[in-house]
Write a new protein. Sequence first.
Length: 277
Amino acid sequence: MNKLTITAENAEYQIIESLKTNRTKRAKHGEIFIEGIESIKQAVAASVPLTRIITANYAGLSGWAKDLVSANSSATVIEMAEPLYRKICDRSDPAELVVTAGIRPLALADVRLREKPFVLVFDRPSDHGNFGSILRSANSFNVDAVFVIGHGIDWHDPKVIRSSLGSVFHTQIVPVPSMNDFSLWIADQKKRNGIVLVGTDSTGTVSLPDNPLSRPIALVLGNEAKGMSVAIKDLCDYIVSIPISGAVNSLNVSCAGSIFLWDVYRNSGIYRKEMEE
């Protein structure tokens, strides 16, 4: 076990801090910062390799934390002076440890899909909390992969990890290089799997209750403020809406997205099999 002690804001501390706050540094180092016991547990469950285990009190670690150290012998254990540890943590009452972990980008060609694919496409997301919430729903409703169009969000940002409750580590998240690449991928999937590209918008002319969604499907959610781009709208086979009433005529994208995802899930054979069991 490699063990370090940090008592000042030295180079190692600055690297750790940059993994928490700087998207470019995360990409450069191929590492992320994870805070929160549940998120750490989910990362471990998903076999994400830990690179550092950081604490302010190594001797006082719980049995679970000591087991984590033993099971990740290649990770560097860092005992950090308490003021520095509190500074690097977001919570006013921080957990006994935080970690850093290695990441590997996923390419479009690497995506693994089931026989009847269920894909979520998020067009230019910009809100970390919404994105994390959608990842929780995607994981709950057996989405095969989440495609991200645009560069407005980093799904390894601590806010996404926290709001997803670690679902980010169990989800195939794929950056879409360009609309042309996505267009070619969809065309190929239509031939291979008969996938249908369904857009979602409050102005959609197809009502969800009248048109139950099912696999194989690629479901598109638009940007929180601007909706779907014209380019992706033109690719959609149709656009579906959720009928609502009330003074406010739209739903938060994570709420609406969860409803659409649930509809696909409830109409799938997987859901019916689980209910029968």
